[in-house]
Design a binder for this molecule. Structure first.
Ligand code: ARG
Length: 400
């Protein structure tokens, strides 16, 4: 199949720059690069120069932060989507958005393929490939790293030199890092040994809990229908709110997670994350749901939605009817998830210390053990007789 024009997901780093040249060489194709600003905090200024210097016919650099938070991060937050109860899916949520833009640009520019720099071992390739298949089955996906036979970083550097790719290869970092507003994912190098504590040098947005201030700090977050809107009483845009929580949480050592994760391709992999804002917001959101959702909704959402939603996002199925249907359910569940949560941050801990809502189902007169108790204790007896009846019948039968 001959490919004339490709849209490449481009970071400006070594891997994707080599991809950019390689696509021109191997496929004799014109390459358009696409770079999304998702709040990764890296300088995006050099990207255009390197891309054009490496032969890109057109360069797109877009700020997708707001769309990312509103349409990807907040739905996942409201769904309670944390993969394997550990990973807040920062990387996984960004892929479908980038993938969607690659497809849209390919359509606008009349390209016949999209391309990405993912390896054949990870989840990210699945997310990009499936997104493309789901949005435009006529487009081909090229993953140069899966195809070429360069085996090491050295060979890539060699290739870059040979083809005069205008990239300054800085001191080699042994880690593979993906970062955006919602969190940073760090893998490889010494981290591959799950017995080794992640070294301090890998962290960027969080300080070590040991070095965090000796005094706790308190913050208040307001939510409307499950979405955070204010920090300490101040209205904030979704992007600013997450950026502020990252600062405050990170300065108190909150949001570090390290665990052995199950990848879709079947391998276990030691992953380290830092995501202060996500840690705080998931805790706060859950606390607010605890007082605003009825018992069955709490149970159903946790058992049937949160885990399924997280797996679906992790496994690259964002653009699926099931995710859309689950979003509709989640939206309906969030109508009354409005209120304020008070949080204490202290040396790596994030604790909810207060919660209130105009829709609170918490009834102190029902709950209290003090005077003013309105709960009908006598009603409990008959209830328990029926509740335990099946076991009572069984036990009586076995006695006979
Ligand atoms: N394991 C995580 C995931 O599959 C993080 C992947 C990080 N990607 C990277 N290029 N370092 O979502």
């Amino acid at each position: 199949m001959s490919i004339k024009k490709v849209v490449l997901a481009y970071s400006g780093g070594l891997d994707t720059s080599v991809c950019l040249k390689w696509l021109q060489e191997e496929y004799s194709a014109e390459v358009i690069t696409y770079t999304a600003d998702l709040g990764q905090g890296k300088e995006l200024d050099p990207v255009e120069g390197i891309a054009t210097g490496t032969g890109a016919v057109k360069v797109f650099i877009e700020d997708l932060r707001e769309e990312f938070v509103k349409n990807y991060v907040f739905p996942a937050l409201k769904a309670g989507a944390i993969y394997e109860s550990r990973y807040v899916l920062a990387t996984a949520l960004a892929r479908p958005l980038i993938g969607k833009r690659l497809v849209e640009i390919a359509e606008e520019e009349g390209a016949d393929a999209v391309a990405h720099g993912c390896t054949g071992k990870g989840n990210d390739q699945v997310r990009f490939d499936v997104t493309t298949m789901a949005l435009n089955p006529g487009l081909k996906v090229i993953a140069p790293v899966r195809e070429w036979d360069m085996k090491s970083r050295e060979e890539e550097i060699e290739y870059a030199k040979k083809h005069k790719i205008p990239i300054t290869v800085t001191k080699e970092s042994p880690y593979s890092i993906d970062a955006n507003l919602w969190g940073r994912s760090i893998e490889c190098g010494i981290l591959e040994n799950p017995w080794i504590e992640p070294p301090e040098e890998i962290f960027e947005t969080t300080i070590s809990p040991e070095d965090a201030p000796d005094k706790p700090i308190y913050i208040e977050i307001d939510f409307i229908s499950g979405e955070p809107t204010k920090l300490d009483g101040k209205e904030m845009s979704p992007v600013d709110l997450i950026a502020s929580l990252t600062k405050i949480g990170g300065a108190n050592g909150v949001g570090r997670v390290s665990y052995v994760e199950d990848r879709l391709v079947g391998i276990k992999s030691r992953e380290t994350y830092e995501n202060p804002a996500a840690t705080i917001l998931f805790d706060a959101h859950k606390a607010l749901e605890e007082i605003t959702l009825d018992r069955d909704m709490v149970r159903y959402k946790e058992e049937k939605i949160s885990h399924e939603y997280s797996r679906l996002v992790y496994n690259g199925l964002w653009f699926s009817p099931l995710r859309e249907a689950m979003d509709a359910f989640v939206k309906a569940s969030q109508k009354k998830v409005t209120g304020t949560v008070r949080i204490k941050l202290y040396k790596g801990n994030c604790s909810v210390v207060g919660v209130k809502s105009p829709y609170s189902l918490y009834d102190q007169a029902m709950a209290t053990y003090e005077v003013g108790d309105m709960f009908d204790h006598t009603a409990a007896e008959g209830f328990i007789q029926l509740w335990g009846l099946p076991l009572k019948i069984k036990a009586a039968r076995e006695k006979k």
